[in-house]
Design a protein around this ligand. Sequence first.
Ligand code: SF4
Length: 727
Amino acid sequence: MAETTAPTAAARTQCPYCGVGCGLEMLPPAVAGQSVRRDAEGTPMWTARGSRTHPSSLGQVCIKGATVGETLSRGRLSEPLYRPSLGEAFEPIGWEAALELLVGRIRHSLATRGPGAIAMYGSGQFHTEDYYVAQKLLKGALGTNNFDANSRLCMSSAVAGYTRSLGSDGPPCCYEDLDHCSVAFLIGTNTADCHPVLFQRLVKRKKRHPRSVTIVVVDPRATDTSRAADLHLAIAPGTDLALLHGIAHLVLREVGFDSDFIEEATDDFAAYAELVAAWTPARVAALCGIPEEQLRAVARLWGSRRGILSLWSMGVNQRREGTAVVGGLINLHLLTGEIGRPGAGPFSLTGQPNAMGGREAGGLSHLLPGYRLVTNGEHRAEVERAWGFAPGSIASRPGLTAWQQVEAMEAGALDLWWVAATNPLVSLPNLERVKAAMARCPLVVLSEAYAGSETAHYAHLLLPAAQWSEKAGAMTNSERRITHCPAFRPRHGQSRPDWEVFADVGRRLGFEAQFSFTSAAEVYAEFAALSAGRVCDVSGLSHDLLEREGPQQWPFPTGSAPDSASRRLYTDQRFPTPSGRARFVADQPLGLAEPSCDTYPLVLTVGRYLGQWHTMTRTAKVERLQAMHPEPLLEIHPQDAERYGIEDGALAAVTSRRAGLTVRVQVTDRIRLGSVFLPMHWGFNQEPACEANALMHEQACPISGQPELKATAVCVAPATAGGHPAH
Ligand code: SF4
């Protein structure tokens, strides 16, 4: 759809892709004296450039952020569409009829089966306002905690790990720590491809002052991240917790630890020390498949240096023991006192642009706004009072997690699954099972900005969403910095912001007063007030202040001066636990839920490409990005390729216990012997199709509920001419 106005001023906002949350300046299609910029389809196009005034990125931007202007108008969903069954074609329905249908079905479910038959699956691409109103609708008005988000697949192990060890969610570090650390310990993160602006900040420092920082990368695969490392530990998949315990063993016995910090600021050290005593260097080196000297070298860094910053993302979180691995990493920081100081601390790198804001707004099935818990009676009462619902309105048990929502559909226990701003038919594991489950659900609603996503193929009601750039809202990046994202373009077609639709549904259900919001600023004001006194206190923030003063970090309680927030949490060595002390956690390593075996002798790990993002609903629309990665490639070690008769550039069949696919092969020693790699971006709608996550299993961390999307057992074979061979 063509732009309908001709704005001339640049808009300052946050990049809508990854959790680095870089500042962007969006330049309008026509600036004075220049011709109108147009995308490949001839639509006037806003152009992105890095915002020098944004403190998180200081003018830097990667190719995804730089090309986001090309994605905003193309392939959009323009109007509400409906079909009674999956076998029928979609027909326009109009907003009024769509919302009446939706509200009628909600009322029917509430009357016949109760609130547990309704669930919503949201997204880290929501603005905080979308998240907040969704919580109020589901958890307050409907009385079900069945709201989960794709953060469950991304960061829920980090959330659980921080909470277990430190007493609360909330990354304690900031990006400036990249400039101050003496050791950057990167584990389970391909930062070069997934968080490129942060990676470049570290690499530039290393180039300028090579001896100022030692970079350690722990990853079974060699990547652009590991190429920049002083030390790359290419450990066997699933052995990272053993590695962390092995480092602790050496720090305790041979290198030196911070006994004062342990004494003054921690609990439960004895059980941990006893546990790691058994993880001797020889045992750990053998299990991890690394030379013992590498292990000792890393332990020496942990024990002798000041300023150790550990960075992690999906490689740690997407594990059936994800929370335990996060705990193992935080243990090392507690052991060495490396937290709450410049250049030190455990720092999760968030995948999505506002997954952090979602956590703050209560956007997981066990949370309420302000890092509150649904299981805590005081927390429920505080939120019920603030929301204006009767005592007892909020259910006391956690709702269904992402995968539990799939299982509920499978069991016929859900009447209505409302998916918003995400594409689970690419990102969830075991996709054939998800498709079958969705096909059983009587009403699947999809709120989405773009037309034709994989998930839309299994939906009944499509609601066009106004996306970033078309609606105002706030987003929080990985360093707890909140940016106001203005609406600087007109909404596409009949699209509406998600928060507005959720509020409309709330009013139609009879909750006029609770959902009387007339602007995103009003929504944010209510959320901010509810955060007062919590770790993530933003009660001093408002849309006005963020627009006027620029992005701000939390905590930002009422009365705070702009730019006065402490860059780091826990600088006073006090933690939000009942004792005020951080906790060591002692978990025995379990390894992979599905290790390789005779039938499936290779471990498949999945990851991301620099030029693609998530399920490609945006990035597939940019020719430059597509040209960087024209197709997905299966990386396989030369010896494995020879063993299984696979040739470089040929097609191979990859089969797991759940599914199979055909994909082109890249023979490379980047990948460990015994492992193979696929990107996760491609779905069944892309050309070529490559549903990597269809191969993956759904076994999840029992604490965080995050599925082990990072590893599954597969076999590979040359593909037959027609594609996948019979197995
Ligand atoms: S690093 Fe992330 S936030 Fe920054 S421009 Fe790239 S995709 Fe956007």
